[in-house]
Design a protein around this ligand. Structure first.
Ligand code: ADP
Length: 398
């Protein structure tokens, strides 16, 4: 029996999902939170609604992986480690080096570590997860799946910044985007829902979660996306500002007496967005609750959030010269009827409209009004499945 594990390692967390392949059945999934802090939280969900949870100090990613593998045996989810034949790791930044998923060699791992300058919070954590698995299960097929890979098809006219060209040539400063695995997955599912060959579709995919990005996809290929050199750019997010005028940085540093630019960037990454504008929370559910209760800051934060997404969708109608569908996915896109409704209401000039009787909690698939020129789809994303499939593909090749 062949099992593949998909790993998403963050700086203090490790999310995972274990699949029976090629059947694509999820056997178990879990998360280790607060790695490196006191009272780490270790959770596994398996079987029919069974759950295992333990709180104990887990000081490193390696120990998190070790514990996870031990508990898979203890809970009889697997009988021996031999059953796991592949592991796929989500890696945030692949730069220009990785345009597809790859088998992880020592050279690949080094390159992922070198690319940390493009994703200082993420790539070192991803690499720690890779090292942990390599140490404990050195023989299994180990694959890296990059968040940026799907955006490798973006043309220079969309990935270049208006900076001296030497900075692109010498330092590779350009748009890389993120959430590629999600945009890739939902675009394929969307073509199915539309009943149209993928290479005839034009789609605007909106991955709206705690982080958010909008992508323009022509004939199955990403041609523009809202995130940039790093995931800080684009739409307003839970704690990230999204696009701002770069001149704000030195101005803000002077006003706040900051001497380290990383402190200013930290404000843009962690204290801005919904959290910064509302002063309440980075979580959309809290913003919606506060808004319903009449809190004006929550109302403004919500409105700015919607406005930025509408503007990107408007841009991408131009980039694609029209679209077959707008696709909503991720935590907010999949679950918030309010957010979907507010975004689409402002786009009526494009001939797009939602059927509110279909825009309900739990909606999936086509929620557009009968006369809508552009379809509106809700498609739950599944990045882990893409990772598991890529492991399978590469395993069968090698
Ligand atoms: P991440 O980027 O961390 O993977 P998710 O895709 O899980 O984020 O999305 C998290 C966001 O989804 C949070 O802002 C949360 O409030 C929001 N969310 C989840 N369910 C709902 C809901 N029913 N209504 C509105 N927002 C929701």
């Amino acid at each position: 029996m062949s099992k593949t594990i998909a790993i998403n390692a963050g700086s203090s967390s490790l999310k995972w999902q274990l699949y029976q392949m090629p059947e694509e059945i999820v056997i178990a999934k879990g998360i280790v939170e607060r790695i490196g802090l006191a009272d780490s939280i270790f959770t596994i969900k398996y079987g029919v609604g069974q759950k295992f949870e333990e709180i104990q100090d887990i000081p490193s990613h390696e120990l998190a992986v070790q514990k996870l593998l031990e508990e898979l045996i203890n809970l009889k989810i697997i009988a021996s480690f031999d059953e796991i034949t592949g592991v796929g790791h989500r890696v945030v930044a692949g730069g220009e080096s990785f345009k597809n998923s790859v088998l992880i060699t020592d050279e690949v791992l080094e390159k992922i570590e070198d690319l940390a300058e493009l994703a200082p919070l993420h790539n070192p954590a991803n690499a720690a997860g890779i090292r942990a698995f390599k140490k404990i299960l050195p023989e299994i097929t180990s694959v890296a799946v990059f968040d940026t890979a799907f955006h490798a098809t973006i043309p220079p006219v969309n990935y270049l910044y208006g900076l001296p060209k030497a900075y692109y040539q010498d330092f590779k400063i350009r748009k890389y985007g993120a959430h590629g695995t999600s945009h890739y997955y939902v675009s394929r599912e969307a073509a199915e829902v539309l009943g149209k060959p993928l290479d005839e579709t034009k789609l605007i995919t909106a991955h709206i979660g705690n982080g958010g990005s909008i992508t323009a996809i022509r004939h199955g290929r990403s041609i523009d996306t809202s995130m940039g050199f790093t995931p800080l750019a684009g739409v307003l997010m839970g704690t990230r500002s999204g696009d701002i005028d770069a001149s704000i940085l030195p101005f803000l540093m002077e006003k706040l007496g900051l001497t380290d630019i990383n402190d200013a960037i930290d404000i843009l990454n962690r204290k801005s967005g919904l959290l910064g504008l509302s002063g309440i929370s980075s979580d959309m559910r809290d913003i919606i609750e506060a808004r319903k209760a009449g809190n004006p800051d929550a109302e403004l934060a919500f409105d700015v959030f919607i406005n930025r997404i509408q503007k990107y969708i408007g841009q991408y109608f131009a980039v694609l010269n029209g679209a077959d569908a707008i696709v909503f996915t991720a935590g907010i896109g999949e679950n918030s009827t309010w957010v979907r409704s507010a975004i689409i209401k402002g786009l009526s000039w494009f001939g797009v409209a939602i059927d509110e009787s279909k825009n309900v909690v739990g909606a999936q698939g086509d929620i557009s009004a009968a006369n809508s020129k552009v379809k509106v789809l809700v498609i739950p994303t599944d990045e882990e499945l893409v990772i598991a499939r890529d492991v399978e593909k590469i395993k069968n090749r090698s």
